[in-house]
Design a binder for this molecule. Structure first.
Ligand SMILES: N[C@@H](CCC(=O)N[C@@H](CS)C(=O)NCC(=O)O)C(=O)O
Length: 208
């Protein structure tokens, strides 16, 4: 049994999607980051930067923080979506998501969606970078069916929940044909639909 300590955010959804996709047995514990639960001593012990997601694997008696590291762990444990022969390719796209796509779109959420009008510089900067990310992903997906190679992998699972916030981005996902094709294909996977609704509120994946 795996316990997922998480919140309903793109980083949180990555792991619930992976758990659903792999079929590993798990339960969810909601961490209320709006109420600073992430700073409680019990949680900080598990996650030194006080961030969700975290998993506890009771079978192996270990806990892990950082969504990329968790995806790798679950990929290795399940033998799914992290093909041994393709790991060099998958790692590049996974690290690109962790270091660039997620943090930049996250800043775009902060300036454009949550706090419009507070900083012209911040709004313009992260809007511009987010548009660039859409274009770069679209270009990659012109050449490749999925991000790392021709099969679905943890790199796609890591990136998908960020693009699923496309309505917040105001960039117009439908203008990016390859990214839209990729998004629709992943949106239709049963495990993705279930994992997206991690708090079982009936949340649907936003359509393009
Ligand atoms: N690099 C981390 C980022 C995780 C992260 O930013 N989590 C946010 C929610 S999406 C969080 O826990 N924020 C609470 C805080 O920073 O106080 C990962 O991918 O796991």
């Amino acid at each position: 049994m795996i316990e997922l300590l998480t919140a309903d955010t793109p980083n949180g959804k990555k792991i619930s999607i992976m758990l659903e996709e792999t079929g590993l047995e798990y339960k969810v514990k909601k961490i209320d980051i709006g109420k600073d639960e992430q700073f409680k001593p019990y949680f900080k012990k598990l996650s030194p930067f006080s961030k969700i997601p975290v998993i506890i694997d009771y079978e192996k008696k270990i806990s892990l923080f950082e969504s990329g590291a968790i995806l790798i762990y679950l990929g290795e444990k399940s033998g799914k979506f992290y093909d041994k022969e393709k790991r060099t390719l998958i790692n590049q796209w996974l690290m690109g998501q962790m270091g660039y796509v997620g943090p930049m779109l996250g800043q775009h959420h902060q300036f454009h969606h949550y706090n419009p009008g507070k900083s012209e510089f911040g709004e313009e900067r992260y809007f511009r970078i987010s548009k660039r990310i859409y274009k770069e992903l679209d270009e990659r997906l012109f050449y490749s069916r999925f991000l790392a190679y021709d099969n679905y992998s943890i790199a796609d699972i890591a990136t998908f929940p960020w693009i699923a916030r496309h309505e917040w981005h105001d960039i117009g996902l439908s203008k990016f044909k390859n990214l839209t094709r990729w998004y629709n294909e992943i949106s239709n996977r049963e495990g993705v639909k279930k994992g997206y609704d991690l708090l079982k509120k009936g949340e649907l994946i936003p359509k393009v």
